[in-house]
Design a protein. Structure first.
Length: 566
């Protein structure tokens, strides 16, 4: 059982410092020298691989820039093109080993503590190079070169096996592939950019309705170099370099291929051959690079904007800083974590340096409730934020009462020992049993607090006799607030529960619509007194997709999205 800290006093979220910004520079203890490295960040921390000569190292680094003892993923063998990716709980590293023509994969499901081979290996028809990977909806997607041809394949964990390699553009030689993914549930997409002669092209693979679509960004010069690709909820952004001018060029297009929406150039990044991009939970795309020329500049973050192009903000500068070749980054929640090496760093400039944009944390994910061995409600959740410090536990008695913070927890679970599951037979003997609802927030090391998690509930006994609400009780005494919770589970199949509360007695309507705005269900249409309510939605007769539910109580109106995934 994880450590639990009971509250002596209640903390108000209003007292939290919610101003985002870049943290101080961290000098890490990870030596990279002139060797290749890659980073992936999730709630467990920063996961970094370093391709030293004949050794592939893995480091787990915290938000203070401190890494533990590295693991050797491969040793006494040359490794080509290692790349790391994952999700909230899983890690994957892909690479070519020695002189083999296979692509190897190692995975970890315990935060990088132990590693195993993902079998079988991918066996391309030729020698793979330029390997990169992304992970989306239980699928590990990779792109790579064989000769001058770009391929895409993916490993489906539900099957499990590798999908036969697909030649991305079969009508001519290609080069320089880069890959990224859009991870919105129910609308997952994989994007690959590459050069085809003078054309800068991209391919999209639809995960939910498998198939490929090809298009191109521009027809360029003979020496253009594909640098990278970014994506948000509507647009895909291509980055390339004119080798003859060393200008960074960019262009954005709609997913639906309706033409360019923006383009431009900037005389910077003259020493790089690759730009890394990442996407945050709030649907924003970012990159990072050297911003400047051969003598002056700084480490910068790039913002991709639908209508304006690309903006920059400063990550790190120093008058003695010389141009930096590679700046790598990854996102967790709404935070962007950046690593690089420069001439001013420790160990004669051979160690990685690190900063991250400390934004408001995203809510804990996948809150669940089960019966503990001691018959108490046991909560557990996942924290997508690597800088989570502690968690606030909130509870409400549906028989009458208000939301109250009852405890804090230092880890990812909490046992409410003040309440118990009813064990009486028959159950009617549990006269004081009520439905208790729980939700959780996370407070990060910068003292910023997230929004609430999803809500879970169970019928429990204890905690004193529940408050009885009589017919003559005044609404003012109930002290409820207008609140519409996220449905749980989400995604769901085929049923889900949705909780809400209303402050005053009023006509309440609760309806469900499809994404086109057509009403598919009316769950509530009646006058209800102030209180906390839960409704169940059965979508057995509806197709998979995104649905919108709407609560209206008097002048209060709120809508939320939910995903049916069959």
């Amino acid at each position: 059982m994880k450590k639990i800290v009971l509250l002596i006093m209640l903390f108000s979220s209003a007292s939290m410092t919610q101003n985002p910004g870049w943290t101080d520079l961290k000098e890490t203890n990870i030596t990279v020298g002139a060797n290749a490295y890659d980073i992936f960040t999730n709630g467990a921390g920063n996961h970094i691989i370093v391709n030293q000569p004949n050794i592939l190292y893995y480091y787990k680094m915290d938000v203070n820039g401190t890494a533990g003892t590295p693991a050797q993923l491969e040793h006494n063998v040359l490794v080509t093109s290692p790349s790391i990716t994952g999700d909230l709980t899983r890690l994957y590293v892909v690479y070519r080993k020695g002189t083999e023509d296979k692509i190897r994969t190692k995975y970890s499901y315990d935060g990088g503590i132990s590693w195993s081979y993902l079998l079988p290996d991918l066996d391309p028809d030729g020698t793979p190079s330029s390997i990169e990977c992304v992970f989306v909806r239980n699928q590990l997607h990779i792109t790579y070169l064989v000769g001058t041809d770009v391929y895409h394949s993916f490993y489906d964990l539900e099957v499990p096996e590798w999908k036969d390699p697909h030649e991305v553009y079969p009508s001519g030689p290609t080069s320089d592939p880069r890959i990224t993914a859009w991870n919105e549930q129910g609308n997952e997409q994989v994007f690959i950019t590459y050069m085809n002669g003078r054309d800068f092209r991209w391919t999209r693979y639809n995960v939910n309705n498998p198939g490929y679509s090809n298009t191109f960004f521009h027809t360029g010069g003979d020496y253009d170099i594909n640098l990278g690709i970014g994506v948000d909820d509507q647009y895909v952004y291509g980055l390339w370099k004119e080798q003859t001018t060393n200008f960074l060029k960019w262009m954005g297009k709609y997913w639906s291929y309706q033409g360019s929406i923006l383009n431009g150039s900037q005389n910077n990044n003259i020493f790089i051959s690759k730009i890394f991009t990442t996407e945050t939970a709030d649907n924003r795309a970012f990159s990072a690079c050297w911003y400047g020329d051969a003598t002056t500049g700084y480490i910068a973050r790039l913002f991709f904007d639908h209508s304006e192009g690309i903006f920059y903000d400063e990550i790190y500068s120093d008058p003695n800083l010389t141009p930096v070749g590679i700046v790598n980054l990854s996102a967790a929640g709404n935070e962007v974590h950046v690593v690089w090496k420069d001439n001013l760093g420790t160990n004669n400039g051979n160690n990685l340096r690190y900063k991250y944009y400390d934004d408001v944390p995203v809510p804990p994910q996948n809150l669940t409730i089960v019966k503990s061995q001691n018959n108490h409600p046991l909560l557990s959740w996942i924290d997508p934020n690597p800088d989570g410090s502690y968690y606030k536990i909130f509870r409400i008695n549906a028989c009458g009462g208000n939301w109250q913070q009852i405890a804090t927890a230092s880890d990812l679970d909490y046992e409410d020992e003040s309440l118990s599951y009813c064990t009486a037979i028959p159950p009617e003997e549990c006269e004081e049993e009520c439905a208790f609802h729980y939700k959780v927030t996370v407070v990060d090391v910068g003292n910023k607090e997230s929004d609430y998690s999803n809500i879970v509930w169970a019928r429990l006994a204890g905690g004193g006799k529940p408050q009885k609400i009589g017919a003559n009780d005044s609404d003012d005494n109930l002290d409820f607030e207008y609140l519409l919770d996220q449905n749980y589970p989400n995604p769901f199949n085929p049923t889900t529960n949705i909780s809400y509360s209303i402050k005053n007695s009023d006509l309440v309507t609760f309806k469900v619509f499809d994404v086109l705005g057509s009403e598919v269900a009316t769950l509530v249409n009646e006058i209800q007194p102030a209180g906390k309510y839960t409704v169940s939605f059965d979508a057995s007769e509806l197709p998979s997709g995104v649905y919108i539910y709407k609560l209206q109580a008097g002048i209060f109106v709120e809508t939320k999205k939910m995903i049916l995934l069959k």
